[in-house]
Write a protein that binds this ligand. Structure first.
Ligand code: AGP
Length: 612
């Protein structure tokens, strides 16, 4: 997702827009840009790769007077993060400047049609197609900007929140939305527009939220006009905001981590969009390398931290669905090992940030060994995505909280799709298996939505354990990595010692630790090892342990045995870690909040470890 800002009023637009971009930077920071129109109707446009601070440095000393402007901070979806692809995008004549948050699904068809009519393009973005289309319509029909925008949006399929300004028209700003959020701030003789109210609320608390398929015409000194896309005047509902700025950047949540936990349904929806349909998986990285995937000898997955836990789940997925032997390596260990890699091996690098130094070095070592390198990351155009032969983005949106949450569930979802897709290619999964798992993947947004309803129960449970000094997390099979991930979440934000173990491993030593002061969290969904994990629970209870169990809803065996139960929806075993992760994330979050810890920026940690 991206952030857009606009201003029309008596102030110098530059300062308002830059401050607004800083407020929206959490939405993406691949590149930033600004277009200012002065009272003579001249347009100044500046764009720069990287964060807003780099744009500000670039603008220093350049002409930027003007009381009308639009600006943008980008989370790349189409086209690498670079200056050419940065917004605002200009029409060919340079008369129109446009910023956009969203994705235009039919941009390729529109681009082809416009190219056939003589339009040329300078960027790889879907957004440039829209601004060129608006100018083309103006040229063909001699209509004004408002009408041209309206007609152009009728041609668009997809999601957008846009702002458009025109050279020689310093008193008008056009804005419109469909599926992407847009707020209009009503000041005293001035207007603000933004992707959310955080850039607005310090200037005015009166806000109008456009509805889908609505556009607004903002004219200096005149009342706001809002229309439907079929040109009918729309009702204007003014709301009074009572949120603080920092709360708004977090969508009203207290912390980015909670916001990112709660947005996992939409994050997974974005992750699977266009990749799962009618029981078939479509991943471009696989489609373009079919022969390679048919002949893979073995897979090595290299990652760190939470990404390493997701990779352990990937190991089971590939071995069970694609029957390919997999080893999972800590990237920091792999990069200094004798890898014994061969050209018919594949190395998968898993990284949310795409900038983890150890993972990058592991990839470079793999490339030098001649292996095929596949990247799975979240940040478009990141180093991992550029160092890989091919790969898949998880598309869960910016993850700001240091503790990884939606990236983990996105990584597991992509690994499941990848293993299923390769299994189909190699003929190692039956059509029935593919259909069952693919349909369950399509239901993950709905199932995660349902699982998030555990939040209040987990918050209450956290009150019982906030001051425990040690935790154990136990799981088996696909959910042994879930145990490791649950322990890491707790450790890194609450600073409480926690260990994850395979449940059956307890009797080989760690069971000596058990006493009533050490909460033991079992991840025990209904799966092929359910009966075994029941006896593991009995072993703990027999020694006075305090047990919390995450079970599949309807389980009648485990609840009577344990001290607390958290029920998750039924889902095929390979996908159970996606749902089990949610109560584990919430438990860590609430315990950390109870302890007054800095949840989003825990001590000693960084969001991306770009050093050894
Ligand atoms: C997880 O909550 C941590 N923030 C950390 O372990 C993280 O997963 C690890 O540093 C790897 O980061 P990456 O996925 O960006 O490579």
């Amino acid at each position: 997702m991206c952030g857009i800002v606009g201003y029309l009023g008596p102030r110098q637009a530059y300062g308002v827009l830059i401050k607004g971009l800083h407020r929206l930077e959490y939405r993406g920071y691949d590149s930033a840009g600004i277009a200012i129109e002065n009272t003579d109707g001249e347009l100044e446009v500046y764009k720069h790769r990287g964060k807003v601070a780099e744009l500000v440095a670039y603008c220093t000393g350049r002409k930027k007077e003007g009381t009308l402007g639009i600006a943008h901070t980008r989370w790349a979806t189409h086209g690498e993060p670079n200056e050419t692809n940065a917004h605002p995008h200009l029409s060919t004549s340079g008369r129109l400047a446009l910023v956009h948050n969203g994705t235009i699904e039919n941009f390729a068809a529109l681009r082809e049609a416009l190219t056939g009519r003589g339009c040329s393009f300078v960027s790889d973005t879907d957004t440039e197609v829209l601004v060129q289309l608006i100018e083309y319509i103006q040229a063909q029909t001699a209509c004004n900007l408002t009408e041209a925008v309206r007609l152009a949006l009728h041609e668009v399929i997809g999601a957008y929140a846009i702002a458009v300004i025109e050279k020689d028209s310093p008193h008008t700003l056009i804005t419109a939305r469909k599926s992407s959020p847009l707020a209009i701030g009503l000041g005293d003789g001035e207007y603000f527009i933004a992707s959310d109210a955080s850039p607005i609320v310090e200037f005015t608390n009166r806000v109008v939220y456009l509805n889908d398929d609505e556009m607004a015409v903002i004219r200096r000194g005149e009342p706001l006009e809002v229309y439907s896309l079929d040109a009918r005047p729309a009702d204007i509902a003014v709301k009074e905001l009572d949120l603080s700025v920092s709360q708004l950047e977090k969508g009203g949540f207290e912390h980015f981590m909670l916001k990112e936990i709660m947005e996992q349904p939409s994050a997974i929806r974005n992750c699977i969009r266009g990749r799962v349909a009618e029981g078939h998986i479509y991943l471009s990285g696989v489609e373009e390398n079919k022969e390679r995937f048919r002949n893979i000898r073995r897979i090595v997955i290299a990652a760190c931290g939470t990404s390493w836990h997701a990779s352990l789940i990937g190991k089971r997925l590939f071995q069970e669905l694609a029957e390919i032997p997999v080893t999972v390596e800590y990237a920091s260990e792999f990069r200094y090992s004798k890898t014994l890699l061969r050209p018919d091996d594949m190395v998968i690098a898993v990284s949310q940030s795409g900038e983890t130094a150890d993972t990058l070095e592991a990839m470079r070592l793999a490339r030098r060994s001649g292996a095929f390198v596949y990247g799975i990351c979240n940040v478009i155009g990141s180093s991992v995505s550029r160092a890989a032969d091919t790969g898949t983005y998880i598309h869960v949106g910016p993850e700001i909280g240091v503790a990884s949450t939606k990236a983990f569930t996105g990584q597991v979802t992509v690994l499941a799709m990848l293993a299923l897709s390769v299994g189909q290619l190699r003929g190692t999964v039956s059509d029935a298996q593919v259909t069952e798992i693919a349909r369950a993947i399509e239901r993950l947004p709905e199932l995660t939505e349902k699982t998030l309803k555990l939040d209040e129960a987990v918050r209450e449970l956290s009150l019982r354990f906030t001051f425990a000094r040690n935790f154990l997390y136990l799981g088996r099979g696909y959910n042994f990595p879930s145990a490791l991930e649950g322990a890491l979440k707790l450790k890194e934000i609450s600073y409480i010692h926690a260990e994850g173990y395979p449940a059956a491993e307890m009797k080989h030593g760690p069971i000596a630790l058990i006493d009533s002061d050490m909460p033991v969290i079992f991840i025990a969904p209904q799966d092929g090892l359910h009966e075994k994990i029941v006896s593991n629970i009995q072993q703990i209870k027999a020694r006075g342990g305090t047990v919390v169990a995450i079970v599949t809803e309807g389980d009648t065996v485990i609840p009577p045995m344990v001290d607390a139960v958290l029920e998750i929806p039924a889902v095929p075993e390979p996908l159970s870690p996606v749902l089990a992760a949610i109560p584990l994330q919430l438990l860590a979050y609430h315990i950390a909040v109870n302890k007054g810890c800095d949840v989003d920026m825990p001590r000693n940690l960084a969001k991306s470890v770009t050093v050894e």
